[in-house]
Ligand binder design. Structure first.
Ligand code: SF4
Length: 131
């Protein structure tokens, strides 16, 4: 028996409404996509939905208290909660460079979590603390 699944493509501002038809887990067709990217997206959403994870982690001695971080690419959606729990345990020391690996191979996905910006040490605060 064929089943239909609806998705909205998130790969460009067109936001095409996609309809995937599958039978016994096998994708039969995807309609509504204005390009191949949407067809691939619907098939991936059905078989193994993935997302890029973005969050922040605390920083010691930084100009700012929080560092924005993200996965280098998408990870399976079913692992996102565990990944964010893992990241909730992380504290980094300033300075940090944009792209620096903060957590390698998050949840065994082969995907690293990296810093999304440079973050310098708060030299002023440190020198004040020493006075
Ligand atoms: S199917 Fe193609 S045109 Fe439509 S939203 Fe996705 S990427 Fe954009």
């Amino acid at each position: 028996m064929a089943n239909k699944h609806q998705y909205t493509c998130i790969n460009c501002p067109m936001s095409c409404a996609l309809e995937l038809t599958e039978e016994n887990g096998e994708v039969k067709s995807v309609t509504g996509a204005q390009c191949k990217v949407g067809e691939r997206y619907a098939a991936e959403e059905f078989a193994d939905p993935r997302r890029v994870v973005t969050t922040t982690v605390p920083v010691r001695h930084g100009l700012l208290p929080l560092l924005p971080v993200r996965t280098t690419t998408s990870i399976p959606r079913r692992l996102i909660l565990d990944a964010t729990r893992r990241l909730a345990e992380v504290v980094v020391d300033a300075p940090v460079s944009n792209g620096q690996v903060i957590v390698p191979d998050i949840m065994g996905t082969g995907v690293d979590v990296i810093a999304s910006r440079d973050l310098d040490k708060d030299a002023g605060r440190q020198s004040q603390a020493r006075v």
